[in-house]
Design a protein around this ligand. Structure first.
Ligand code: MOS
Length: 697
């Protein structure tokens, strides 16, 4: 019997090319006559540029020019939704954050441009930057991701006051930078009023739209080529300043210009996760039934935008709690614009809520898993709607059994392995599932080969493999005969590859297109005419999908070992289970879940961007001082995929898998650390100083 292709753990089609270094990323592209732009960044975080002296730079051989606010082409740096932020395009002398672009040095070679950038002398009238989250001007944003920023049901304050058991705690998460391995980069080339951009982006069509606004030209005049992206995590969801700067320099020099961000510049203008301070007030009955949850979030934003880290999005729908409120407040600091990063709001919000649930379990003398089960939400508590599917109960059971959770001695600091303190912790994972408008063209040629075309990108998730699997399965053709064509705005429209929505969006469009092609084939008796069959599909969410709540869920179980003398934490074992609808490719899906867990461990133990609060300068803008885990930091991770036959969510029957594993994973580690040590760390990352200096409670 023929094995089903959907679900099969096939290797990535482009895997061989990637591991042998043949895949062409943006930085690898070389155009005839191309020259190099290097961005000069500010050395103060607030103030004005007094003067820029480029004499020494311009005297170097191979130098073509220095673009500053005094000579840069005038463009439209402001944006419009969904990309409202300002770009920093050398339009004036204001400096608002450390490492803001202040000039672009253009030379024949990258080396010459780099040397030139070092020789540009910028003088500033500096002003003390606002860097303190506690004292910075506060305001309430109007909306988060298009929804109200405040929300409540029932009477949360009264229910909190009346509750028998009350917990009130504040949790903090630091500024974090995405740091994809492939740094940001753009190559811009003009031909008359036509602009070609090679860019490392999660959304080629978004780059096109935004650059059309910047240059005041029709989007159709802009061609964006962006097939392979070497990691992004949200940082490439919108075009940042360097994209426009490359195009401006190309215009000025009348040559194609390549601009790449250096690793230190990855901490400059390409986004970051904002620090948060989250206050949770939870009231519950003595038998562990939640009565009230109040989740108040403060997060940082920049002088020029209103990005909200939407932490409440995690707590508003996770547990069956009758009285609930979330609110979000922003503080303006002299930092670059924050943006979405690896499960925005849900990663940060889950650290707070799932830590608090753990604290509550100890308070009640109840098993942390039992407390979650007691408050299990059968329908979405926020909207009241049924879920398209929800295998969370099954996830808890499968992962707890595999982990052998019941062997846990509930007493903190009760278990040792030699000198080391060991601890077990768990947490719930939950990630919203969405889809957006996506178009697909599918062609079957007379020889039976199939080409699926869409402008989406491949950022390590395996989209070319997964969508070929869907098409091959539906059409009943061998997988090898399907080719996926992508990464170019000359192909059909594809949405932002973020929010875990690509398989639900593009996957649904591929599904519908392949089904129509199959019908067409049936009509012609299975024969393909000499010039082939072509189907074009514009696939949008259907009204009936809105009758349901959509989310992926999961459960994390973690064991840690802590050295009581050194305060060092090692994650020993990780078991997690997820329910995320239909799995298109078990190998790629496992890799997505694993990635989320790695970044969750990273969030718990390593990542933190550190600022000098007096100057506003980032102190660890490199991968030596900004810590991310190595292979040695990651234990064996077991991933279980719970079956979900989801008939309601979308035509592809898939839910989001890119981000759900990131949620809850940091809290699970923190909860295991508490169980091991009796020290509750409420501000990430969990470091040796905090563990050794922390009071037990
Ligand atoms: Mo992601 S933060 O949805 O790229």
């Amino acid at each position: 019997m023929r094995q089903p292709l959907i679900g099969a753990p096939l290797d990535r089609v482009e895997g061989g090319e990637k591991v042998t270094g043949r895949t062409v990323f943006t930085a690898d592209v070389v155009l005839p006559g191309m020259v190099h732009g290097v961005v000069v960044t500010s050395s103060v975080a607030n103030g004005r540029i007094r003067s820029i002296d480029a004499k020494d730079a311009l005297a170097l051989p191979g130098m073509l020019g220095v673009m500053t606010h005094e000579n840069a082409p005038r463009v439209n740096a402001g944006g419009s939704p969904p990309m409202p932020s300002l770009l920093f395009l050398l339009q004036n002398d204001a400096v608002q954050f450390d490492r803001q672009p202040v000039a672009v040095v253009v030379a024949e070679t990258f080396e010459d441009a780099t040397r030139g950038a070092e020789l540009v002398r910028v003088a500033y009238d500096a002003i003390a930057p606002e860097m303190d989250l506690e004292t910075a001007p506060a305001y309430v944003p109007e909306q988060i991701f298009g929804e109200p920023a405040d929300r409540h049901r029932g009477d949360p304050r009264a229910a909190f006051s009346a509750a028998h058991v009350r917990l009130e705690q504040t949790y903090r998460t630091p500024t974090e930078h995405h740091n994809p391995l492939e740094t940001h980069g753009t190559i811009a080339a003009w031909a008359g009023d036509r602009l070609t951009l090679y860019d490392s982006t999660q959304w080629a069509f978004g780059v096109r739209a935004r650059m059309a606004t910047v240059f005041g030209i029709e989007p159709e005049l802009i061609h964006v080529i962006a097939p392979f992206v070497g990691g992004a995590f949200g940082s490439k969801g919108q075009p940042w300043s360097h994209v426009a700067l490359a195009a401006m320099a190309a215009k000025m020099m009348d040559r194609p210009v390549k601009v790449l961000a250096t690793r230190p510049q990855m901490f400059a203008w390409v986004g970051h996760r904002p620090q948060t301070e989250q206050k949770l007030s939870i009231g519950c009955s003595r038998d562990g039934r939640l009565q009230s949850v109040i989740h108040e979030t403060t997060s940082e934003t920049s002088a020029a935008d209103d990005y909200v880290e939407p932490c409440g999005v995690f707590s508003r729908g996770l547990y069956a709690v009758p009285n609930y409120a979330m609110s979000h407040e922003l503080r303006r600091l002299n930092i670059s614009k924050p943006t979405y990063m690896r499960a925005p709001g849900e990663a940060t919000g889950s650290f707070a809520l799932e830590s608090a649930m753990d604290e509550l379990a100890y308070e009640l003398g109840m098993d942390p898993l039992e407390l979650r089960l007691r408050n299990y939400a059968q329908t979405d508590p926020d909207s009241g709607k049924p879920y398209t599917s929800k295998a969370l109960r099954e996830c808890y059971r499968l992962a707890a059994e595999r982990f052998d959770w019941k062997r846990r001695n509930p007493e903190p600091r009760s278990t040792r392995d030699g000198r080391l303190l060991t601890g077990l912790g768990m947490a719930t994972a939950s990630g919203g599932s969405f889809r957006s408008h996506a178009d697909v063209r599918i062609r079957m040629h007379a020889d039976g080969t199939v080409v699926v075309s869409t402008g989406t990108i491949e950022q390590g998730t395996g989209s070319p493999t997964a969508y070929a699997q869907i098409a091959a399965e539906i059409l009943g053709v061998p997988y090898e005969r399907v080719r996926f064509e992508f990464g170019d705005t000359s192909l059909p429209y594809a949405p932002l590859a973020a929010g875990s929505q690509t398989s639900s969006s593009v996957g649904s469009a591929v599904t519908v297109a392949a089904q129509r092609l199959r019908e067409r084939l049936a009509e012609s008796g299975g024969r393909v005419p000499p010039d082939g069959i072509e189907i074009n599909v514009e696939e949008k969410p259907r009204p009936e999908e809105d009758d349901y709540a959509q989310a992926s869920f999961g459960a994390h179980f973690v064991e840690v070992a802590v050295d009581p003398d050194l305060g060092s934490v090692r994650v020993m074992r990780f078991v997690a289970a997820f329910g995320a609808g239909r799995i298109i490719n078990a190998k790629l899906a496992e890799s997505q879940f694993l990635g989320g867990i790695v970044w969750g461990i990273s969030m718990a133990l390593f990542e933190e961007t550190r600022f000098d609060l007096r100057t506003g300068r980032i102190m660890n803008a490199n991968l030596a001082d900004y810590l991310v885990p190595t292979n040695g930091d990651i234990p064996p991770v077991e991933i279980i995929m719970a079956e979900e036959d989801d008939q309601h969510v979308n035509p592809a029957h898939v839910k989001g898998i890119g981000e759900v594993a990131m949620t809850g994973s940091a809290a699970a580690v923190a909860n295991a650390v508490y169980h091991a040590t009796g020290v509750r760390v409420r501000d990430l990352p969990i470091t040796a100083e905090k563990l050794l200096g922390g009071a037990r409670r």
